[in-house]
Design a protein around this ligand. Structure first.
Ligand SMILES: Nc1ncnc2c1ncn2[C@@H]1O[C@H](COP(=O)(O)OP(=O)(O)OP(=O)(O)O)[C@@H](O)[C@H]1O
Length: 259
């Protein structure tokens, strides 16, 4: 799958609409979003609370379905897949990192990393796993259990697990939400290294401008719509963009409009 500029697209949504609920209580979480996530790039999704970031990620990753519009992983239209094929696609072609590390406490670090491949009955590519372990810096922790690791180290295991099966795209939802700033920086740094050193693709939801600055590009959502894209972000530039949302919301509210 290629865009007009010739860059391969790892994932995209087209005219994505997601409505939760019905009638008076219906919430239009996505209101016609079209966005592509380039392969081999680290993209951050930012926007005010409630702007639809997690909903976009969940629908793009096949964890949730759109009300209308389309979501693609590579060239595969997710709406064309039944539940079983969608589950297989998520297992074989997509990796996930969440705020909670979701490691199995009884397994070692090494076993946690290869668990998805083992469950799928796949073949572990030991060279790739070794390279990943190197990137995430866990070489001396492979035989420890999660409880013996810090939060930051556990999230690094979760990152290695997400990349273990060489997925086409790794989706991360607030991956540093439970970490202090130093551990968070380490996890963000290794997501960046995974993209740049091993040519992987990451799409990350965050509300933190410092986290977004680790990405190659930031896409901004407001009120369920894509409102901006920023290449080569810095924390300052992202913060300024976010302040513009806040100023607009405050102005709308003081005029009696809907925030
Ligand atoms: N399962 C659901 N049922 C009903 N409404 C929902 C559901 N999930 C999300 N919403 C609503 O959809 C809108 C977008 O939510 P979403 O979680 O995608 O936003 P977000 O930008 O990720 O927010 P935050 O930064 O606070 O996590 C919000 O108004 C939210 O209340």
């Amino acid at each position: 799958m290629s865009t007009a500029t010739g860059t391969a697209t790892a994932a995209r949504v087209v005219d994505a609409v997601k409505v939760y609920g019905a009638g008076d209580t219906a919430v239009r979480a996505l209101d016609g979003v079209s966005v592509d996530f380039a392969a081999g790039r680290f993209t951050a999704i930012m926007g005010p609370s409630g702007s639809g970031k997690s909903t976009l990620m969940h629908c793009a990753a096949g964890l949730d379905t759109l009300t209308s519009g389309s979501a693609f992983i590579g060239g595969t239209d997710l709406s064309a897949l039944d539940d079983k094929r969608l589950t297989l696609l998520r297992r074989d072609r997509v990796g996930f990192v969440f705020q909670a590390y979701n490691l199995l406490p009884t397994l070692t670090v090494a076993e946690n990393i290869t668990l998805p491949i083992d469950l799928a009955g796949g073949r572990v590519d030991q060279q790739w796993i070794d390279a990943l372990v190197d990137v995430v810096g866990l070489g001396d922790r492979l035989h420890h259990r999660p409880a013996e690791l810090s939060g930051g180290q556990q999230q690094r295991v979760a990152v290695a697990r997400a990349f273990a099966g060489r997925p086409e795209v790794v989706f991360a939802d607030e991956p540093t939400g439970n970490l202090d700033s130093r551990a968070g920086e380490e996890v963000l740094g290794l997501l960046g290294r995974a993209v740049r050193q091993t040519d992987r693709t990451v799409v990350m939801v965050t509300h933190d401008p410092v986290a977004a600055a680790h990405a190659d590009e930031v896409v901004f959502l407001a009120d369920g719509r894509l409102v901006d894209r920023m290449a080569a972000p810095t924390a300052e530039k992202v913060l300024d963009r976010m302040k513009a949302f806040d100023a607009r919301t405050t102005a709308d509210t003081s005029r009696g409009g809907t925030p």
